[in-house]
Design a protein around this ligand. Structure first.
Ligand SMILES: Cc1cc2nc3c(=O)[nH]c(=O)nc-3n(C[C@H](O)[C@H](O)[C@H](O)COP(=O)(O)OP(=O)(O)OC[C@H]3O[C@@H](n4cnc5c(N)ncnc54)[C@H](O)[C@@H]3O)c2cc1C
Length: 530
C-alpha cells in the first residue's frame, strides 16, 4: 500500500526499475520472489457446516474482520456478541464528512467542515479488482462501486530539484522513459549484442516490438516528432480548421529523467495491487462498514473498551469499560472468542494466551501514515489542468495528491492533500492538526499554485494518534513473519485472533476479511469436533 519511495536506493527502487523497464509482469515476478505481492485466495462464500449446538462467541472489534466473523458465525447458528471501542462500526473503514468530530491521542479535536456530499477516506480508499472477498461482500451487501483511477496520464510527477521545480505530466515522463529505454534496447539488438540470448528471428520481432512499445521512428530513434507525440502528447494539440496541425514537443533527455528520480513514481502504477481496474464505493469507503453494520447492529455493544481477556478450560471472560464514561468495569463471557483488536493495542491488554502467541502479539510494529483532506472552493485541478481523478506524486514530504474520482465539474471538491509514510509521516504526526494542514498547503502549493486562493478548510489524520489503532497497519518483515506469523494465527485454547495483521495482505481490507474467514473456519471445525 505504501507508495512514493523516499530518497536512497532500496529494494523498492529496484522493483520500480524492474517495473518501469520490463513491465508489470516482470515486476510481479520480482515482487513475488521478494515476498511482496500476494493475491487473494478467496474461494467464494464460506459454508460452516454442522450444528454448533448453541455455542457462544464473543467478537472483539467491529472493523471488517470482526463484522465478517460476527455475520458468518451468527449465520452458522452461533450466539454472537461484539464489543467495539468506537461509537460506530467499521474501524479503519471510515469516511469523514462535514460535522464529524475526531479526537486524536493527545486530545486535539477536529470537526470536519466539508460541505455536504464531500468526504475524506482517512484510511482505505481503493480496492483492486482481484480482492475477491471484499468485492464479493460489496456485491452481496449492495455496496455500489465506481472506478478508482490509479494512473491518470495527465496528473503530475514532481521532483523539487528537477525541471526548475515544475511538475511533469505523468504521460510525458512515462513515454520519454519508455521510449528511450526502447531505443537503447533496439540499438543493442541491432548491434548484435543480444545474439547469445535471443535468436535472430526473435531479434527481428523484438526490434519491431520496441518500435511499437517505445514510439520509435523508422530508424528506431525516440525523438521529437509526431510519432512520439502520439504517446507523450503534443506541444500544440491537433485542432479543427485553419492552422489546426499539431506540434510535437521535445522529449525530456534520458539523463535528466534518470537524475531527477521521477522514474521512481512510475512503479506506483506497475504493482499488482495498483493495476487497472481499481474501485471505490460510491459515497466513501465507509459505505462498506455501514453495509456490514446493518447486518449485526443488534449484537454490537458500542463504546466498549476491552481491558482484559481471560480464559479457562470452559469459557472466555472479557472485561471492558464504557469508553464514553470510563471507570466501571463490566464483563462479558462466551464459550469462544475471536479477537480482532489491532496488535498495537492488544499488546497493551492483559490476555491469557501462551508465550508463543504473546511473543507474536508483541512482535509487530505498526507503520506510520498521515492523510490530509483539503476542501477547495473551486475544482481548479479539473478547470485549469484537466486532471479528472488519479494521483500526483512528489518527492516533497506530502508525497501524494489524490484527486476526487467522481463528481467531475461539480462546484467544490476535497483533495487528498497528503498521503505519507515513513519519516515524513512521523514528522507530521508530531505536529498539531493545524500545522499539518498548513504545511500541506505550503508544499502542495508548489505543484498547484491555486491552493492559496482557493483553500477553505481541512482535516488531518495521523494514524499513530488514532486511539483505536495506534498506527496504520501491521508492519511485518520477512524475519518477524518467519518467527511469529504461524503462532499468531493458531487457536490458543478458546481464543483466535483475526484482522489484517493476521494475513499476507497486510494493510488491505481483503486481508482483514480473509483472515476472519480463515479464523472462524478453523474455530468452527474445533467446535464441531468438541
Ligand atoms: C492510511 C490507510 C490506508 C489504507 N488504504 C487501504 C486501501 O486503499 N485499500 C484497502 O483495502 N485497505 C487499505 N487500508 C487497510 C485497511 O483499512 C485495513 O486492512 C482494514 O480496514 C483492517 O480491518 P480490521 O478489521 O483488521 O481492523 P480495524 O478496522 O482496525 O478494526 C479493529 C476494531 O477494533 C476496535 N478496537 C480497538 N481497540 C479496542 C478495544 N480495546 N476494545 C474494543 N474494540 C477495540 C477498533 O475500534 C476497530 O473497530 C488502509 C489503512 C490505512 C490506515
Amino acid at each position: 500500500m505504501t507508495e512514493t519511495p523516499p530518497p536512497g536506493f532500496r529494494r523498492r527502487d529496484l522493483l520500480s526499475l524492474i517495473g518501469v523497464a520490463a513491465g508489470s509482469g516482470a515486476m510481479y515476478q520480482a515482487m513475488t520472489s521478494l515476498g511482496f505481492a500476494h493475491s487473494s485466495d478467496y474461494g467464494g462464500p464460506i459454508k460452516l457446516e454442522g450444528d454448533p449446538n448453541g455455542a457462544s462467541v464473543l467478537v472483539l472489534g467491529a472493523g471488517l474482520a470482526g463484522m465478517t466473523a460476527a455475520i458468518e458465525l451468527r449465520q452458522a447458528g452461533y450466539r454472537v456478541r461484539v464489543l467495539e471501542y468506537n461509537s460506530r462500526a467499521g474501524g479503519r473503514n471510515w469516511s469523514l464528512r462535514g460535522g464529524d468530530s475526531f479526537i486524536e491521542l493527545g486530545g486535539a479535536t477536529q470537526t470536519c467542515a466539508f460541505d455536504k456530499g464531500l468526504y475524506l477516506n482517512p484510511g482505505p480508499w481503493r480496492i483492486p479488482y482481484h480482492h475477491n472477498a471484499i468485492l464479493d461482500y460489496c456485491k452481496r451487501f449492495g455496496v455500489a462501486l465506481e472506478p478508482f483511477t490509479q494512473l491518470n496520464h495527465n496528473a503530475f510527477i514532481h521532483a523539487s530539484d528537477a525541471f526548475g521545480g515544475k511538475p511533469q505530466r505523468i504521460r510525458s515522463v512515462k513515454a520519454d522513459f519508455q521510449g528511450q529505454v526502447a531505443e537503447l534496447l533496439a540499438k543493442t539488438t541491432a548491434k548484435g549484442r543480444l545474439d547469445e540470448t535471443v535468436t535472430v528471428e526473435d531479434q527481428e520481432i523484438l526490434l519491431e516490438a520496441m518500435r511499437d512499445w517505445g514510439a520509435l521512428d523508422k530508424d528506431y530513434t525516440y525523438g521529437a516528432g509526431l510519432v512520439s507525440a502520439e504517446s507523450r502528447g503534443y506541444a500544440k494539440d491537433p485542432g479543427g480548421g485553419v492552422g489546426a496541425a499539431p506540434t510535437p514537443g521535445a522529449p525530456i533527455a534520458l539523463s535528466d529523467l534518470l537524475r531527477s528520480g521521477v522514474w521512481r513514481a512510475l512503479g506506483n502504477f506497475a504493482g499488482y495491487e495498483f493495476q487497472t481496474t481499481l474501485m471505490q464505493p460510491v459515497g466513501g469507503m465507509g459505505m462498506i462498514g455501514q453495509a456490514f453494520a446493518t447486518r449485526v447492529a443488534d449484537i454490537i455493544t458500542y463504546n466498549a473498551k476491552v481491558t482484559r481477556i481471560q480464559q479457562s478450560e470452559t469459557a472466555v471472560t472479557v472485561a471492558w469499560e464504557d469508553a464514553a464514561h470510563p471507570g466501571a468495569v463490566q464483563t462479558e463471557s462466551a464459550d469462544w472468542c475471536v479477537c480482532t483488536i489491532p496488535l498495537s493495542i492488544l499488546s497493551q491488554i492483559p490476555i491469557d494466551v501462551g508465550p508463543k502467541m504473546q511473543a507474536a502479539i508483541a512482535a509487530v510494529p505498526y507503520a506510520a501514515s498521515v492523510k490530509i483532506g483539503l476542501q477547495f472552493k473551486r475544482r481548479f485541478w479539473e478547470e485549469d489542468e484537466a486532471i479528472y481523478g488519479g494521483i500526483s506524486y512528489t518527492d516533497l514530504p506530502i508525497q501524494t495528491i489524490g484527486y476526487p474520482q467522481s463528481g467531475f465539474h461539480g462546484e467544490k471538491g476535497v483533495l487528498l492533500g497528503a498521503y505519507m509514510f515513513g519519516p515524513n509521516a512521523f514528522e507530521f504526526t508530531a505536529m498539531s492538526p493545524e500545522e499539518r494542514i498548513r504545511r500541506a498547503l505550503d508544499y502542495g502549493g508548489r505543484i498547484h499554485p491555486q491552493y492559496a486562493a482557493e483553500f477553505q478548510n481541512g482535516i488531518a489524520v495521523a494514524w499513530h494518534r488514532v486511539p483505536f489503532t495506534l498506527g496504520c497497519a501491521g508492519d511485518w518483515t520477512d524475519e518477524t513473519r518467519a518467527a511469529h506469523y504461524d503462532d499468531l494465527c493458531q487457536i490458543d485454547g478458546r481464543v483466535v485472533l483475526a484482522g489484517e495483521h493476521a494475513s499476507y495482505l497486510p494493510a488491505w481490507q481483503e486481508g482483514a476479511v480473509l483472515s476472519a474467514l480463515d479464523a472462524i473456519t478453523r474455530l468452527h471445525r474445533r467446535v464441531i469436533a468438541t
